[in-house]
Design a binder for this molecule. Structure first.
Ligand code: F6P
Length: 379
């Protein structure tokens, strides 16, 4: 019998978080269930910091709102939490017991975890420790295992497609190569889908290490046909066949530790293409534009379906699961499957193979489609 539920959002924000919250809270309210939201993801769970979510007050009007009314915390892993020591050093500790205690003490019957691979790994670990977790797959990168789509992805692809459209006209006017760098860390879904939607000429993704000469050849062939401009989409994690992705190490100095960030892939490609083709090249990095703002109608509906499904799973007592969309059908899988071979309780950085992400495969329909219409993938 469920009386009280809590929601948290963890990881980078996406358009669609508020609609998922709205759908869960509304469905719960219809069954007489009270809803709460932990502030700033797992951080709020650790600090026992939560607010009441009310279908008739703070959850009204959220269907088209970007952001997240309960915030989200990136990189908070309660199983591997950086605790600042007196001497200023950082010691990583497992604080998950405190989270379990908070959930039990205040009588939450179910915890909905809105997040990507790393968030769902922690949800699965908390489930193993006795918490009734149900995950909802969120990330613009679309790289959560076991589902065909995550909420927020469609909006990111729309934003990237609009950017490509705009770059196209300016590229053509000034006879330039316009490079657009999009997000996706280790997964090229946003790059590939927006490149197809925007009619790009070259698309470089992390899963297909590129030979810059092959990309340049495509552009030179276009030039030979009198097309004095080209549009290139580069995923932030794209890497040359004989090199690494463009990353830097970030330490904000707030005690949350060192993080690897992606930056510079587009600039690198633009510079090399200019040298190889003699065409002036410019790079635009789309960055956080892909995460902010209103969700598309597709994401509003997907998020609503996911929220309703998540609450249904809770009512059926199907805990330790993730809502998914597979072959167009709403369904669920065990979080155990989502974490793959990564069975040990504890920390796992998001986005890596160890965290079990869904990457683009060479035989994917999108890859074949891109090749067939002549988009060069750099291989
Ligand atoms: O996981 C989504 C994502 O948008 C990645 O594509 C990107 O590398 C990352 O988040 C950056 O997020 P932040 O700077 O907030 O950690």
């Amino acid at each position: 019998m469920i009386k009280k539920i809590a929601i948290l959002a963890n990881g980078g924000d996406v358009a669609g978080l508020n609609p998922v919250i709205r759908a869960i809270v509304k469905t719960a309210a219809n069954k007489g269930i009270e809803s709460y939201g932990f502030i700033d993801g797992y951080q709020g769970l650790l600090d026992n910091n939560y607010i009441r979510l009310d279908a008739n007050s703070n959850v009204r009007g959220l269907i088209n709102k970007g952001g997240c009314i309960i915030g989200s915390s990136t990189n908070t892993i309660v199983f591997h939490y950086p605790v600042k020591q007196e001497d200023g050093s950082v010691e990583y500790q497992d604080l998950s017991d405190k989270c379990v205690e908070n959930i039990k003490k205040d009588g939450f019957d179910c915890l909905f975890t809105l997040g990507g691979d790393s968030t769902q790994k922690s949800a699965r670990d908390l489930f193993v420790k006795g918490i009734n977790c149900i995950g909802v797959p969120k990330t613009i990168d679309n790289d959560v295992a076991c589902t065909d789509i995550t909420f927020g992805y469609n909006t990111a692809v729309s934003v990237a497609t609009e950017a490509i459209d705009r770059l196209h006209t300016t590229a053509e006017t000034h006879h330039r190569i316009m490079v657009l760098e999009v997000m996706g860390r280790y997964a090229g879904w946003i790059a590939l889908e927006s490149a197809i939607a925007g009619g790009a000429d070259v698309c470089l993704i992390p899963e297909i290490p590129y030979d810059i000469n092959k990309a340049a050849l495509k552009i030179k062939n276009r030039m030979a046909m009198g097309k004095k401009f080209s549009v290139v989409v580069v995923s932030e994690g794209a890497k040359p066949i004989d090199g690494e992705s463009s990353t830097f190490v970030s330490d904000v100095g707030d005690g949350t530790g060192i993080k690897v960030k992606f930056a510079g892939a587009g600039d690198r490609v633009a510079k090399e293409l200019q040298e190889l083709t003699g065409l002036e090249s410019r790079c635009t990095t789309l960055g956080y534009m892909q995460r902010g703002g209103c969700p598309t109608s597709y994401d509003r509906v997907l998020s609503t379906k996911y929220g309703v499904k998540a609450m249904e799973l809770a009512l059926e007592g199907k805990f330790g699961t993730l809502t998914i969309l597979k072959n167009g059908k709403l369904d669920s899988v065990d979080l155990e499957e989502v974490v793959g071979n990564n069975k040990e309780l504890g920390a796992v950085e998001g986005g890596t193979n160890e965290s079990n992400v869904r990457l683009v495969t060479l035989d994917d329909e999108l890859v074949r489609t891109a090749r067939d219409i002549g988009i060069a993938l750099g291989d």
